[in-house]
Ligand binder design. Structure first.
Ligand code: FE2
Ligand code: FE2
Length: 349
């Protein structure tokens, strides 16, 4: 399968990955043949990219770090807990723990090194899919850093709930299409305090270090973050990991006020902040955990040709194997061997 912009989709294209509703249920499943009406509906829902299967991409497998079932369950659990918290009910910590356990088990049992799959955002669930991606990325990075499964589970629970304080921020501010005023930004910053309060107050089953992710995921290594301006090791390792996952996922998502950055551009930003905004060691593990040119992506080569990323070269993420599109055929080129060709840019923006 390969990833295309929704504006490139045409009737007859076969869906390569499901489109989820915000409650985790599937809106359109793998294998569905797109019609003009479906494409129109997806556009209206604000979906910008989809995965399709076609002749040229038939044998391209985009590895997903977790199964579709676990992904659906996790989205359902996040939504359910946000609703509970909104209504003043205690969190169902058991449901969170159980799905995080499945996620950790699946990630630990896969030999996959790099996160390749774009988060499949559905239309109106930014906060739910974002919570799940931050959880996945953090666990993958934590694994790369060599931490054990207990560490990864506690990290995961906190990440699932890291933005729950957004429930306390007025919707008009969260969805505002233009730049926030300084006053509005002050209100947004408060989601950290609110979130911590919601997680800490409602259940004592969550380790304190996990709940602190809600409070500290916007802290920056050099002390320039919020809400407390904590510095260096004063920020718990969970929050130092989550802050990178959070920035990466936010940057690679289309928002009402700006277009998404490509994975390679977002990675460049994070690498640029290594040692200042972000913990150097974690950035190192992060760049080894995420594919800058994910499998299935369309890229422009230095030769001027267009290609699809077919597979990654484990230790050389910038030099994957690509399928070059020629006039009437295609040809697979291993950029590790063809060192005179490089990827100029991703055509995903
Ligand atoms: Fe946040
Ligand atoms: Fe976040």
């Amino acid at each position: 399968m390969r990833r295309i912009k929704i504006t490139w989709a045409k009737p007859g294209d076969i869906l390569g990955y499901p489109i989820f509703r915000k409650d985790g249920a599937i809106l359109l499943n793998i294998g569905v043949k797109l019609t003009e009406a479906y494409i129109q509906q997806l556009k209206e829902l604000g979906i910008t990219h989809i995965y399709i299967q076609d002749d040229i991409s038939q044998d391209i497998i985009v590895p997903d770090p977790i199964s579709i079932e676990t992904r659906m369950e996790a989205l359902r659990v996040i939504e359910d807990n946000f609703h509970r918290s909104c209504k003043g009910l205690p969190l169902d910590v058991e449901s969170i723990r159980s799905v995080v356990n499945s996620i950790v088990d699946e990630i630990l049992s896969s030999d996959q090194i790099l996160l390749n799959l774009y988060d499949i955002k559905s239309f109106d669930n930014y906060i739910f899919s974002h919570s799940l991606s931050v959880t996945l990325i953090s666990i993958i990075v934590g694994r790369k850093l060599g931490y054990n499964d207990k560490f990864l589970r506690d990290l995961g629970i906190g990440c699932m709930l890291h933005d729950i304080g957004k429930l306390d921020v007025p919707k008009e501010i969260l969805d505002k299409p233009d730049r926030l005023t300084p006053e509005e930004f002050e209100i947004v910053k408060f989601h950290t305090h609110y979130g911590y309060k919601r997680v800490r107050e409602q259940d004592r089953d969550i380790p304190a270090t996990s709940s602190h992710i809600a409070l500290d995921h916007h802290e920056r290594y050099d002390g320039s973050g919020y809400p407390r301006g904590l510095k260096g090791e004063k920020i718990h390792i969970f929050s130092r990991i989550a802050s990178i996952a959070d920035v990466y996922d936010a940057m690679t998502t289309d928002r009402v006020y700006r277009k998404a950055y490509s994975p390679s551009d977002a990675m460049e930003f994070i690498m640029g902040g290594s040692g200042t905004l972000f913990d150097y060691n974690i950035v190192n593990a992060f760049v080894k955990s995420i594919a800058p040119y994910p499998v299935g992506d369309i890229v422009l080569l230095s030769t001027g040709e267009t290609a699809i990323v077919v597979d990654v070269n484990k230790d050389f993420p910038l030099r994957p194997i690509v399928r070059v599109l020629k006039e009437d055929r295609w040809e697979d080129v291993d950029l590790l061997k063809e060192t005179n060709i490089s990827i100029f840019k991703s055509l995903e923006e």
